[in-house]
Design a protein around this ligand. Structure first.
Ligand SMILES: [Zn+2]
Length: 188
């Protein structure tokens, strides 16, 4: 199946509209909401493709309105260019499943924090070789310092090498036990 290039939002939107089938008219509100939430939640983060927006906690709410489905998302890092892409991907995924029209709203308050990331998401990050963000409770115990466990060997004898890693939401660390460098998904 051919797809519009991700760099062309307008083409994506047109494709989404064309793909829409009337599933939204066949299902009662609650099953429709559940289906829409599951499908929207499977959209992945463009920067960390192993994480879905459900894993990240970016997907806030899905509502069935008289005129269609409304999806609320909260951006991870402010000004993250990935968010426009995520909104389009949600619209496309739902339309392909026959759920349309879709409105994606960006909710800025309360602000997203890494504590919203699910346990499943943390495990996926670790498996991917990225240390998941420390939780708020652990951070407080260390007076604002993150305790970062090496995703390779689990050692907490680790040190930050660079404040910015492969993307701005990650920093580069090194494990003093296994000597391997790794990315850390920074707390926020
Ligand atoms: Zn290690």
């Amino acid at each position: 199946m051919s797809r519009a290039p991700l760099s062309d939002p307008e083409a994506l939107r047109i494709e989404a509209q064309r793909a829409a089938a009337p599933l939204a008219e066949q299902l009662p509100a609650e099953p429709l909401r559940e289906a829409a939430r599951r499908i929207a939640g499977e959209v992945t983060d463009p920067e960390i493709p192993v994480l879905t927006i459900a894993d990240l906690g970016v997907l806030r709410d899905v509502r069935v309105e008289a005129g269609g489905v409304e999806v609320e998302i909260t951006p991870t890092y402010s000004g993250c260019p990935a968010m426009n892409m995520i909104a389009l991907e949600i619209e496309l995924a739902l339309s392909k499943a026959g759920i349309a029209p879709v409105t994606v709203r960006t909710v800025l308050s309360p602000a997203w924090t890494t504590d919203w990331m699910t346990e499943d998401g943390r495990r996926k990050l670790r498996d991917y070789g990225i240390a998941p963000p420390a939780k708020a409770a652990g951070r407080r115990a260390l007076f604002g310092k993150d305790e970062v466990a090496c995703p390779q060997c689990g050692s907490t004898d680790t040190a930050e090498i660079a404040a910015f890693g492969s993307t701005s939401c990650k920093s580069l660390w090194r494990c003093n036990t296994c000597r391997e460098p790794f990315d850390y998904f920074k707390c926020h």
